[in-house]
Design a protein around this ligand. Structure first.
Ligand code: SAM
Ligand code: SF4
Length: 312
């Protein structure tokens, strides 16, 4: 279905939980988030029904996210249910990777096509500091398990932060050179715990690695080849290059509220609806997509919930 600005909405980002085993400083408060009451998050059946109706409106690609999707009980069942729907052409999952060594095989068998793994540093001490609770070795083991389970086209999400990982840009590019990964540098957004102090424009990657050669862009990412390398480098620049004109997505939070835009507080409750009523509510959400966000002008996202609650 097209929105009011003729953008074809084909991509659903579905949050399956707002809980997480990590406490990344730019995403989660140190103490985590209060657990929603029992029944506060959508059931497996509700998630599948939301996807079924979204697909009838033209959604083709689904991404499961959170919070950390791998801490959600029933995640493999959710993947299986969504992957089995007619019309879902691509099922992806975004994870911090800490539990991937256990889940890679089951996710693959359940029908997940591709993974995005978030990893902001390759140094164990920095990883422990940034995530407050995590161990880098778990994520590295998870990446290896994903490869062994047959996942290809895995993307590594790296949020760029000045004074934290700027000096690691060449290390990440080197990783993409010697492995078939797409390393995606993402600009830090002033949403949730994210502040502007550490913001670093993604163009810093091109300054640090002038050898990168422009390649075909993909979705919201500008992409680059590394001479002689196996992988790719992508730049995602919500702050420096607003890509709203090509926005093709809607989001649904773990508590079942459709967000027409990540950076707006407008939310459309979907719980309790099914069939045609649900489809009409989703269509209303698509029609309500604003033309663009205004973070560059206002300095802050218009959304007041944290990324872990919205589904990044
Ligand atoms: N827990 C999973 C993970 O970390 O991949 C999925 C949810 S997480 C909210 C999804 C993505 O959002 C991660 O890549 C994370 O780095 C990113 N993210 C969170 N807060 C952000 C912010 N303020 N600016 C930019 N990216 C952010
Ligand atoms: Fe958890 Fe992902 Fe947020 Fe880190 S970015 S705290 S892993 S939800």
């Amino acid at each position: 279905m097209k929105d009011a600005y003729s953008r074809d909405v084909t991509y659903l980002r579905l949050s399956v939980t707002d809980l997480c085993d990590l406490r990344c400083r730019y995403c989660m408060p140190a103490g985590g988030v209060p657990k929603l009451p029992r029944g506060g998050v959508c059931s497996v059946e509700e998630l599948v029904e939301i996807t079924r109706q979204a697909v009838r409106l033209g959604v083709r690609k689904v991404r499961l996210t959170g919070g950390e999707p791998l801490v959600r009980r029933g995640i493999v069942e959710i993947c299986r249910g969504v992957a089995a729907l007619d019309g879902v052409e691509e099922l992806c999952l975004t994870t911090n990777g800490t539990a991937l060594s256990r889940f890679a095989g089951p996710l693959r068998e359940a029908g997940v096509d591709r993974l995005n793994v978030s990893l902001d540093t390759l140094r164990p001490d920095r990883f422990a500091h940034m995530t407050r609770t995590g161990r880098l070795e778990d994520v590295l083991r998870g990446l290896e398990a994903a490869r062994a389970a047959g996942f290809t086209g895995t993307k590594l999400n790296v949020v760029l932060m000045d004074g934290f990982n700027r000096d690691e840009i060449p290390d990440f590019v080197e990783l993409a050179r010697r492995s078939p990964l797409e390393v995606r540098f993402i600009e830090l957004m002033p949403i949730g715990q994210g502040t502007r102090e550490r913001f670093l424009p993604a163009a810093a990657v091109l300054d640090a690695c002038p050898e990168l050669e422009e390649a075909e862009s993909s979705g919201v990412a500008r992409r680059y080849r590394i001479p002689g390398g196996m992988g790719l480098v992508g730049l995602i620049e919500p702050m420096s290059r607003r890509f709203c004109r090509g926005c093709d997505r809607i989001r649904v939070t773990a508590d079942g509220r459709l967000k027409p835009c990540l950076h707006s507080d407008r939310e459309i409750p979907l719980r309790g609806l099914s069939g045609e009523a649900l489809r009409r509510a989703i269509a209303g959400g698509i029609a309500a997509k604003p033309p663009h966000h205004s973070m560059a002008e206002t300095g802050r996202s218009g959304a007041s919930r944290n990324m872990n609650q919205i589904g990044g």
